[in-house]
Structures are given as C-alpha cells and as structure tokens.
Design a protein around this ligand. Structure first.
Ligand code: NAP
Length: 255
C-alpha cells in the first residue's frame, strides 16, 4: 500500500521506525524543508512544499497514493487543511496523529493566549528576561516588544532581520531534561517563559522547570487543525495503516 507521511515531528520519525521493513507498506516521507540538516529518515523522502491543494492532489495521483498520514506538528495548520481537502477530493483515507495538549497543574502559573502577537503583548511594558522557545517561525511578533531581553532557542539560527534587538541565541535540538532546563532558566535569570502548547514529552521539561522555579509561563494555544481519523501516537497510526491495508486487501479479493 502506497502511503504519504507528512512529517517534521518525533511521531513521524517513530512511525517511520515502526513501518521500516514492513513489506506491506510503501511509505514516502514528506518534509517541509524548514531544517537544512534534517536527520536521515531511512526511507524514501521528499522535501519542500507541494504548492497548495491542487498540486498536492496531483502529487497523490501521480504517486498512486492510497492513504495519507498527517503527522505534522499541532501548530502546522495549513498543511493539515491542505491534506484534508486533497484526500477528500480524491476519496483517500487520512489519519492524523495529534498528540494531546499539555494541561496546567495546580502548581503552574500559565496565562493562555491565542497567538504569538498576543504573547508579545502579554509580556507587558516593563523590561523582562524572557525564554522564548517557540521555534523560528513566529519570532517576528516579538519585535513589537523590544524592551525585553530574549533568550531564544531553536534548532537552527533564526533570520536576524526579524528579531527584537536584545537577543541571546542558543541553537539546540531536544529532547532536554528537567534539571538542565532549570539550570538554563536560573543561569540566564529568566523571569518568564513563552511556549507553544505543543504537547508531547520532548520539550515538556522546560514547563516542569518553570514550575520548579515558580516562574510564569505565557502559553500559546493551538490553532484549529483539520483532521482525518484522529490518533495520538505513532503506534496507533501504524495500527490504523495495517487495518486499512488488510481491509483493502480483503475488498480487492472480494472477501
Ligand atoms: P504549515 O504552516 O501548516 O504549512 C505551510 C506550508 O508548508 C504548507 O502549506 C506546505 O506548503 C508546506 N508544508 C508544511 N509541512 C509540510 C510537509 N510535511 N511536507 C511538505 N510540505 C509541507 O506548517 P509549518 O507550521 O510551517 O510547519 C512546517 C513543518 O515543520 C511541518 O512539517 C511541521 O510538522 C514542522 N514543525 C512545525 C512546528 C511549528 O511550531 N509550526 C514545530 C515543529 C515542527 P504547500 O502548500 O506548498 O504544499
């Protein structure tokens, strides 16, 4: 069964490991190409946008795709909308891997905001030392709050033209552990953390470290993400694929 896996997350990498060597499945992994030195996937991989819904429909037809797994990040809303529109148009099955959101505990001091612009406003007028750990794409919103000093962590260096003036950069790829996250926050005298509600375990230690130090967190809520059959883990997506494969095989044999 020929499948497209829309990736860029640890779940997509885990799914690839689950299905590697399974002769029933012929997967192609698709990456947006945001990270120049992506880790090798071990399976056939294409890189870059498709060019919108019509182009994705063409790609799916050209590659005789029979099912799509959307294992993109919870904040990647556009590709999910495109995947839903394209699979609906072609009558293909779509499974979406969406990890659960993080929930605040009684010891957390979160303020929930709808987007990065609101997070920048929520920092307030007084200068603060901010740990900004939201990837590279939404950093430009914080140029509107230049009074703060930002510690920015991303896998690759962000475009400096879009940054606020007072910035310290760290290039690092997770996962991180709770003790080293707490040390990072302490050593840099951080007053407040800004995070996306990404969910999952890889970047949760920064949330635990903020809790340990009693620091406030400005938490950016998830956007709406279009979904097919929703699952929360790579293992469930694998099981969905096998069930789908078996159902197709039965119907092809007329069973
Ligand atoms: P997005 O806003 O939903 O997508 C923007 C455009 O990028 C899409 O319309 C599509 O271009 C292309 N695209 C996105 N994911 C793709 C994929 N897996 N394969 C091929 N093209 C893709 O997505 P985003 O927020 O920019 O995220 C881009 C990638 O980074 C995703 O794969 C996501 O899983 C990963 N990621 C995102 C975040 C985040 O916070 N947003 C965090 C970690 C990882 P066309 O319309 O031209 O097809």
């Amino acid at each position: 069964m020929r499948i497209l896996i829309l990736g860029g997350t640890s779940e997509a990498s885990e799914l690839v490991r689950h299905i590697a060597g399974d002769g029933r499945l012929h997967p192609i992994l698709s990456l947006a190409g945001r990270t120049a030195n992506a880790l090798p996937s071990g399976i056939e991989t294409r890189v870059g946008g498709f060019g919108g819904v019509d182009a994705l429909v063409d790609w799916l037809q050209h590659n005789k795709t029979q099912a799509v797994i959307d294992a993109t990040h919870p904040f990647a809303a556009r590709i999910s909308a495109n995947a839903q529109a394209a699979t609906t148009r072609l009558g293909l099955s779509l499974c979406t891997v969406l990890r659960p959101e993080w929930e605040a505990t009684a010891s957390d001091r979160w303020t929930n905001v709808p987007d990065a612009d609101a997070a920048a406003r929520e920092l307030g007028p007084q200068p603060r030392r901010v740990f900004l750990s939201i990837g590279r794409q939404s950093l430009a919103a914080f140029a509107a709050a230049p009074q703060h000093t930002y510690l920015i962590r991303s896998i690759e260096a962000p475009d400096s033209a879009s940054l606020p003036p007072k910035v310290d950069l760290i290039a690092a790829r997770g996962p991180f552990d709770r003790a080293s996250e707490a040390a990072l926050l302490r050593d840099n005298r951080i007053d407040v953390l800004v995070s996306k509600n990404s969910g999952g375990t890889a970047t949760y230690p920064k949330i635990e470290a903020a809790r340990d130090l009693g620091l406030p967190v400005i938490m950016i809520n998830r956007p709406h993400k279009a979904c097919g059959t929703a699952v929360t883990t790579a293992a469930e997506a694998h099981a969905w694929l096998i069930a789908h494969h078996d159902a197709r095989t039965c119907s092809e044999r007329g069973v």
